[in-house]
Design a protein around this ligand. Structure first.
Ligand code: HEM
Length: 448
């Protein structure tokens, strides 16, 4: 491209094409601001083409209208990752076609009703732990435990306090670290990434195999605990009547436990931090939550559906601290992105983090302002600039469940405790498998 054309593009399109953006040292750092202004940013890389896509028309093509022309990158190098490479996230087309509808069914609205009491029970136990705290609390550590507890209760009818559940819970963080080390965030670059190699998943695979094996005799008689694992194990092929093989089920259970608990923990932790950091919002959220708790005894669907501020806090959290800050696609054939021919080996990054802070998409993007969703300010109408759960055929099938979990738990916690941030401890977001705080999130927690 000639220099003249380059200049024209920069003049005409607010940095429509910004050549060679550098990856910030910290993924989350506010600089270089170019990443929050330009629409297409080729990132420096010696290894392969890597392009950040902030342009919503292109994102809509990649996720929806031309989704079949892009693949989800295989994140898991086979040689180092034998136990974790067959999940719904990496499944080839044939396996994917079989597993996706089952996962959707396992998290359908009817099932969500079944699981709400378990979520509330896990929330009550977290509240009992928080009530004993003296001095500032690492709310991120608490939310990690709570999110793991919720996932175990829904997927396996276990909980973190029990022997088998506790054993599985203890193995999950290292597996998440390994997935993050080999995943999209490490492809994106940046120095600020989780430390350690993590675990190859063999110990987790053995623990899950033992658990699922014990269910097999019951499954043969169409019996099993009411949970996601049983739903997957009971399914029969509509023509051959074959059941999913046990190894395949175990892979899906692993993916649901790891991704579900990491993403949920991130959502809850950052929502509580952002709320605690804004005393006015915190006070209003406390009143809304207490009113909801006092209305019906145990929280119900219809009470949660009447909340206004807490869902807005959640949306604002998904915008500023998206639990999955980055995902990627690869073109199946050479793809022209503005004037760049992206090869099949290249990565096209979709970053909810950068989209959520993008100056062209939002008013005052850096400001935590839950009320913008009621004011219907710029950016709050649905669109491909706000894709915390992705969109299209591969949209997160746990999105409905995750929103419900978050609304219920935030209502329980904000209705019970008054939270305030410690000005001297500002958390640093660190992208791993989900967006974690680097050294925890420390808050003062006092009963209302
Ligand atoms: C706030 C919480 C959550 C967020 C923000 C989130 C976000 C996402 C995103 C962005 C993707 C797409 C990734 C890609 O295409 O590369 C995804 C996929 C997925 N999510 Fe979630 N997720 C959350 C919670 C959950 C939960 C609780 C479950 C269920 C246990 C779940 C199950 C899945 C599955 C199975 C996929 C793969 C879908 C496919 O490839 O077809 N997620 N999620």
């Amino acid at each position: 491209m000639s220099k003249e054309t380059d200049d024209n593009k920069a003049d005409a399109g607010e940095g429509l094409l910004s050549r060679f953006g550098t990856v910030p040292d910290s993924f989350a750092a506010a600089t270089p601001h170019k990443l929050y202004r330009a629409m297409i940013v080729p990132l420096r890389s010696l290894r392969r083409q890597r392009i950040l896509v902030n342009d919503t028309t292109k994102i809509a093509e990649m996720l929806e209208s031309r989704a079949a022309e892009f693949s989800r990158p295989k994140e898991v190098p086979k040689e180092s990752f034998t136990e974790l490479g067959r999940t719904i996230f990496e499944a080839g087309p044939e396996q994917y076609a079989r597993i996706r509808p089952l996962v959707e069914l396992a998290y359908s609205p009817a099932k969500m009703k079944r699981y709400l009491p378990r979520v509330l029970e896990a929330g009550e136990e977290a509240i009992a732990r928080l009530a004993k705290a003296e001095g500032p609390v690492d709310i991120a550590a608490e939310m990690q435990r709570l999110a793991t507890d919720v996932s175990l209760r829904i997927v396996l009818s276990l909980n973190v306090g029990e022997g088998e559940g506790g054993e599985i819970a203890a193995l999950l963080p290292d597996v998440a670290t390994r997935m993050a080390r080999t995943g999209m965030v490490s492809e994106f670059g940046g120095k600020d990434q989780p430390k350690g190699k993590g675990s190859d998943g063999k110990a987790l695979a053995a623990a899950l195999d033992a658990h699922l094996e014990a269910r097999v005799p019951g499954i043969a008689e169409f019996k099993g605990p009411a949970d996601v694992a049983t739903d997957l194990m009971l399914t029969q092929h509509p023509e051959t009547w074959e059941r999913l093989d046990a190894g395949f089920v175990r892979h899906q259970v692993t993916a649901l436990l790891v991704h579900g608990s990491e993403a949920l923990a991130a959502a809850l932790s950052w929502a509580l931090y952002a709320t605690a950091n804004d005393p006015e919002i915190e006070a209003r959220a406390g009143i809304e939550a207490r009113t909801a708790l006092e209305a019906t005894g145990p929280l119900e669907f219809r009470t949660l559906a009447r909340l206004r501020l807490i869902p807005d806090i959640l949306n604002e959290t998904f915008r500023l601290y998206p639990p999955i800050p980055l995902f990627a696609r690869r073109p199946r054939q050479v793809e022209l992105v503005t004037d760049i021919a992206v090869r099949e080996s290249g990565f096209l990054f979709i970053s909810p983090w950068h989209l959520g802070r993008h100056e062209a998409h939002w008013e005052e993007p850096e400001r935590f302002d839950p009320d913008r969703w009621q004011r219907k300010s710029k950016g709050t109408a649905p669109g491909h600039h706000f894709v915390p759960f992705s969109e299209g055929t591969r949209r997160c099938p746990g999105a409905g469940m995750a929103r419900l979990d978050c609304m219920a738990i935030l209502t329980q916690i904000l209705g019970t405790f008054h939270l305030s941030a410690l000005p001297e401890r500002i958390p640093t977001p660190q992208p791993g498998l989900a967006l974690r705080p680097k050294d925890g999130i420390w808050l003062n927690v006092a009963r209302r």
